[in-house]
Design a protein around this ligand. Structure first.
Ligand SMILES: [Zn+2]
Ligand SMILES: [Zn+2]
Length: 286
């Protein structure tokens, strides 16, 4: 077992049963159902985020291979049979690479907008995909998944919050600017994956060609550490317990640098940097 924090955020890469036992042991008086979340991978090489309760879960994006997703979930003690749906944020391959095989092999329904589906050219089995609409809640068992639009250079980009038992977690990556939708939903979250893509000086002085630097910085590009920090400090809920800094650039950021930007402002929120190379721990939010 990894180190445990005896407060309301517990990293526990264990089976659902053992997690439930710990929950009962540590929080006998709480009636809220916990939410579990983990980054399976995070970065321009692939994004996949797990959010679920004790019996049901969704993946937000599936941007690494099916096999690697299976291995990482198994290491975390997360049962892939609990994954009832994959929600796709946009068509870039770092968010869709593993979708077809995961969906087909495990009979997981994919939720994707019609335009993103067309643009992605994903070959999805007709009985295993559904369209979602911005602003309309999708119920996956007891999980409530809420899609909302965001600014990014894709045809119809969305982000999602996932709620269960009064706890809300959100995925906020691939965002050029914090529009009103992003800010509104971020403010609802007890836990969030928030993009901290680049350090502004590293990007400026780095070796990327000018057109790529402009694209990354644009209103439809990615959030810098500084932009993400402003969203965090100005819009977070007092109930926010966990912030996973996500989609870090390999070239224009560094995990310790991003952590150091946020840590002085944590004010009770646990700050974690999601890795481009390995899965995070499983965090329980209750
Ligand atoms: Zn991306
Ligand atoms: Zn993207």
């Amino acid at each position: 077992m990894t180190k445990m924090h005896y407060h309301l955020i517990i990293p526990i890469p264990l089976t659902a049963i053992v997690r439930a036992m710990i929950f009962v042991t540590i929080f006998p008086v709480l009636c809220k159902m916990p939410l579990y979340l983990a980054s399976i991978n995070s970065g321009s090489n692939g994004n996949c985020y797990y959010i679920g309760n004790d019996t049901e879960a969704v993946l937000i994006d599936a941007g690494i291979s099916c096999r690697e997703t299976e291995h990482r979930m198994a290491r975390l003690g997360l049962d892939i049979k609990n994954v009832k749906a994959i929600f796709i944020t946009h068509e870039h391959t770092d968010h869709t690479r593993g979708v077809e095989v995961l969906s087909r092999k495990h009979s997981i329904t994919v939720y994707i907008t019609a335009a993103t589906h067309q643009s992605s050219r994903l070959m999805l089995s007709p009985e295993l995909y559904r369209n979602f609409t911005s602003g309309f809640l999708v119920r996956i068992g007891a999980l409530k998944v809420f899609p909302f639009p965001k600014q990014h250079d894709a045809c119809e980009p969305h982000s999602f919050t996932v709620s269960s038992g009064g706890i809300t977690a959100g995925v906020f990556t691939d965002i050029g600017s914090g529009c009103e939708h992003v800010l509104h939903h971020f403010a609802q979250c007890h836990a969030a994956f928030l993009e901290a893509n680049y350090d502004e000086k590293m990007l400026e002085n780095g070796r990327y060609p000018l057109h790529l630097k402009r694209r990354i910085r644009s209103l439809k590009g990615h959030l810098s550490n500084e932009q993400a920090l402003e969203i965090f400090t100005r819009h977070r809920s007092p109930q926010m317990r966990l912030l996973l800094l996500s989609h870090l650039s390999a070239e224009n950021n560094h995990p310790q640098l991003a952590y150091n930007v946020f840590y002085p402002h944590a004010n009770g929120t646990k700050i974690v940097v999601a890795s481009r190379h390995v899965e995070s721990e499983v965090y329980m939010i209750s």
